[in-house]
Write a new protein. Structure first.
Length: 252
């Protein structure tokens, strides 16, 4: 007999919820260290620098808001993940969910997300990928188009430098992926995680005279979970509660 592999490739399902949570914890810790290192590098490049370092400083300065957002969102996620129920979207339910999301226009999306309760958060994982997401090279060093294999979202107060005394209502959406390249980047010396964060996105839920950034696959999926699918009383999807921390959604 050949040697049996202990790869985490097959460790994907609601029965692996605790291991998946640990993988996400590890991923966010990896992101935190990476963002801190890049921000420290930017700080070290203050003052006169050569041409090559000037270009690097300009690149990091442009990326600074995203690095700070990712750092803050990751720290929040690490604190809240243990107490957040996980919803597993079975293979049969994924096309129903994606189809609902694709049916919305921008006005629909805006109306749905405005109704999301401020204290509401969600963590969903998809048995099969629910779409693709293109992320920039701020953290990874390369532009990637990765599968969307999970989402974690929650509210956040957004503060602009131009409006330091005003807190605006916003939503953070963490895009989770099983992309092999990113999983390899996040891997420890022990093993490769089953799922990692691809990118964190922040969108406003209150108009301030600018067009809302709502037309993306992750936003459409979150809207469908809140509106068309309705998880708690979904038709044509059904909910099965496995325990206090885990539930599954499947098509009729």
């Amino acid at each position: 007999m050949g040697r049996r592999s202990h790869s985490t490739e097959s460790a994907w399902g609601p029965e692996h919820a605790e291991r998946i949570r640990q993988d996400l914890h590890d991923s966010w810790r990896w992101l935190r260290r990476t963002c801190e290192t890049l921000l420290e590098e930017l700080e070290s490049l203050n003052g006169p620098v050569c041409g090559e370092h000037h270009a690097r400083r300009a690149r990091l300065a442009k990326a600074k808001p995203r690095l700070e957002t990712t750092l803050d969102a990751g720290e929040y996620a690490v604190r809240t993940l243990p107490n957040l129920p996980l919803t597993w979207i079975e293979r049969s339910a994924v096309p129903v969910l994606t189809g609902a999301g694709e049916s919305y226009d921008a006005g629909d999306l805006w109306d749905i997300l405005e109704c999301v309760e401020r204290n509401e958060a969600g963590l969903v994982l998809f048995e099969t990928s629910a779409g693709r997401h293109r992320l920039d090279d701020t953290i990874t060093g390369r532009v990637l188009n990765v599968s969307i294999d999970g989402l974690y979202w929650h509210h956040v107060d957004v503060i602009f430098q131009e409006l330091p005394d005003k807190k605006l209502d916003g939503m953070v959406i963490h895009i989770l992926t099983r992309d092999r390249g990113l999983r390899r980047d996040h891997a420890s010396t022990r093993r490769r995680p089953s799922v990692v964060e691809a990118e964190v996105d922040v969108m406003l839920l209150a108009p301030i005279g600018i067009a809302p950034k709502v037309d993306s696959v992750p936003v459409r999926l979150v809207a469908a979970l809140h509106d068309e699918v309705g998880i708690d009383e979904s038709v044509p999807l059904h909910l099965d509660v496995l325990d206090e921390q885990t539930r599954t959604v499947f098509a009729a």
